[in-house]
Design a protein around this ligand. Structure first.
Ligand code: F6R
Length: 248
């Protein structure tokens, strides 16, 4: 794992957006699709803003881009303002020329007994597209990537999980109180993420400093699922000064 400390989140986000745009264009030139794994939350917002700017001002096209989002709350309707479906459309998809059929987001409206098959199909679809070329990640204070909370193993795949209390506390502001935060989510597994050819994890601000230290310097274990990224050969952590402040 390579850690890149940037002066601030704007600089870091622009660099990440540039790498994504370069990959899209490189694949385009070869007549290939670009398969992106995407995250929601505050960490990637400025990356998406920059990609939208490049689409509008620099002819960056998403026509040949296929996306797979990491996760969705469960249960969750697409049209709810807290849904990750809504987040992605609002923050990226509605502003670029991606084909709606190429957008994949876990479905928060499934019945419980449909989720195992959904997970298998999600994995199969990623495989059928040739695997994830680039996976974007944020990190939760619990050490989750996607919603792989502590206890998630390195071979875990797309499935339903129970959200950690800390994760629900952090989400409470978006839901106008913790009681409204769903208790579960559907998430790609740690194993799904580790299969990506390239991974970029972003972390901004003081709040992320302790978990960044544990993730980069700590022992690899299910207690901090993000530590499994240490075993991935093509992962970069892009962190600002504040998030890097506890690194030795
Ligand atoms: C979101 C996701 C989560 C977030 C993490 C950090 O799709 O997979 O792992 O990346 O909870 O959230 P923010 O960026 O809001 O601090």
């Amino acid at each position: 794992v390579h850690t890149e400390i940037v002066s601030d989140s704007i600089t870091g986000s622009k660099a990440v957006a540039k790498e994504i745009a370069d990959l899209i264009r490189e694949k385009d030139a070869k007549g290939e699709k670009c398969v992106l794994g995407l995250a929601t939350g505050s960490s990637p917002v400025k990356v998406y803003e920059e990609l939208i700017r490049m689409h509008k001002e620099e002819e960056l096209s998403f026509k040949n881009v296929i996306t797979f989002n990491l996760d969705e709350y469960y249960p969750m309707k697409k049209e709810d303002i807290q849904s990750y479906w809504h987040f992605m459309h609002e923050n990226l998809f509605n502003h670029v020329d991606i084909q709606p059929d190429n957008i994949n987001i876990p479905d928060g409206t499934l019945a419980m007994d449909e989720i195992i098959d959904f997970g298998k199909n999600y994995e199969a679809k990623i495989e059928a597209c040739g695997g994830l070329d680039l996976q974007i990640l944020g990190i939760g204070r619990t050490g989750h990537i996607g919603f792989n909370e502590p206890g998630s193993t390195e071979t875990s795949r797309t499935r339903i999980i129970t959200l950690d209390h800390i994760t629900r506390v952090d989400a409470a502001k978006d839901f106008f109180g913790i009681d409204n935060v769903p208790r579960k989510a559907i998430t790609m597994g740690v194993g799904t993420i580790l299969h990506a050819k390239r991974i970029i994890l972003m972390a901004w601000g003081h709040g992320k400093a302790p978990i960044i230290k544990e993730t980069v310097e700590g022992r690899i274990s299910t207690t901090v699922p993000a530590t499994y990224l240490q075993q991935h050969s093509n992962t970069t952590f892009v962190v600002d000064q504040e998030a890097s402040s506890e690194l030795t």
